[in-house]
Design a protein around this ligand. Structure first.
Ligand code: CP
Ligand code: NVA
Length: 310
């Protein structure tokens, strides 16, 4: 059966754990698995800029014995003349999987509905599930487990990273706290979905407006840019609203003494996080960035294994 990875809750808790276990194994033996021998090609499409996602997918696909085909929509028919569904029908005849960074989640859903090869969300306006696999792998490496940990996200609550933390964290059985102002709240449907998952995993989901209350006693502190791609025009209003949620040394001091700090990067130093924190001893951002590679290789191996079950 073709499995896609469009949102974090496309994986059950057991599947998420299996992929993280595989990522750990792959990290120990980087060139040990080559399921894309052939070489098969994976299309990696970008409607938006990227450094980490582009590099980690290109390197990871090559590590697996395959060939990455990096496509910029600026130089393709997708996004202009051609629909996601027609593009999917063309690509599925030639590639093993499609990875796509885009704007609206609906484009990914349309593509996945029309194709027999796995479609992977490499970031949309709504979710960034590949990043969450890397974040969970990093948290597990530093904390030994996920279930029962408290993770606090501070900043733009309507962010793709928040939606992914809500779903993936709840799936992992974590206590997910989000602190954000009234005008930057997460999508209530995603909060409801995360709540329903948390009931089954022993996790929980809580939305705060007070950042100090939300960060108190946290095991993991996370933030993201206040100005996501496509929102550049809103920068001044966002900085004004989101400033109380900046992660500085004082904010970190309210979390547990052994709390770790994550940021998917790129960071706007001095805005959502100070250099003192992001470069400080509690920050694990470089492990997090490296883990994109291992987590995505595991995801591709797992998706292609599901495909082979037919
Ligand atoms: N974290 C992340 O997705 O980075 P890029 O935008 O550089 O891919
Ligand atoms: N929320 C950010 C994440 C960047 C990796 C954005 O969408 O721009």
């Amino acid at each position: 059966m073709t499995r896609h990875f469009l949102r974090d809750d496309d994986l059950t808790q057991a599947e998420q754990t299996a992929i993280l276990d595989l990522a750990e194994e792959i990290k120990k033996d980087r060139w040990g698995r080559k399921p894309l021998a052939g070489p098969q090609t994976v299309a990696v499409i970008f409607d938006k800029s990227s450094t980490r996602t582009r590099v980690s997918f290109a390197v990871g696909i090559a590590d697996l014995g395959g060939q990455p085909l990096i496509i910029s929509t600026a130089n393709s028919q997708l996004g202009g003349k051609e629909s996601p569904s027609d593009t999917a029908r063309v690509l599925e005849r030639q590639v093993a999987a499609i990875v796509w960074r885009t704007y609206a989640q609906s484009g990914l859903v349309e593509m996945a509905n029309e194709t027999t090869v796995p479609v992977v969300n490499a970031l949309s306006d709504e979710f960034h599930p590949c990043q969450l696999l890397a974040d969970l792998l990093t948290i597990r490496e530093h904390k030994g487990e996920l279930a029962g940990l408290t993770v606090t996200f501070l900043g733009d609550g309507a962010d793709n990273m928040v939606h992914s933390y809500l779903l993936a964290g709840a799936t992992a059985g974590m206590h997910v706290r989000v602190a954000c102002p009234e005008d930057y709240q997460p999508d209530e449907r995603v909060v409801a979905d995360a709540d329903a998952i948390a009931v089954t995993t022993g996790g929980s989901v809580t939305i705060f407006t007070d950042p100090l209350e939300a960060v108190a006693g946290a095991d993991v502190v996370v933030t993201d840019t206040w100005v996501s791609m496509g929102k550049e025009e809103e920068k001044a209003a966002r900085v004004a609203s989101l400033s109380p949620y900046k992660v500085d040394a004082e904010m970190m001091s309210l979390a547990k003494p052994d709390a770790i700090f994550l940021h998917c990067l790129p960071a706007d130093r001095g805005y959502e996080v100070t250099s003192e924190v992001i470069d400080g001893p509690q920050s694990v951002i470089w492990d997090e960035a490296e883990n994109r590679l291992h987590a995505q290789k595991a995801l591709l191996v797992w998706l292609l294994e599901q495909q082979d079950r037919d």
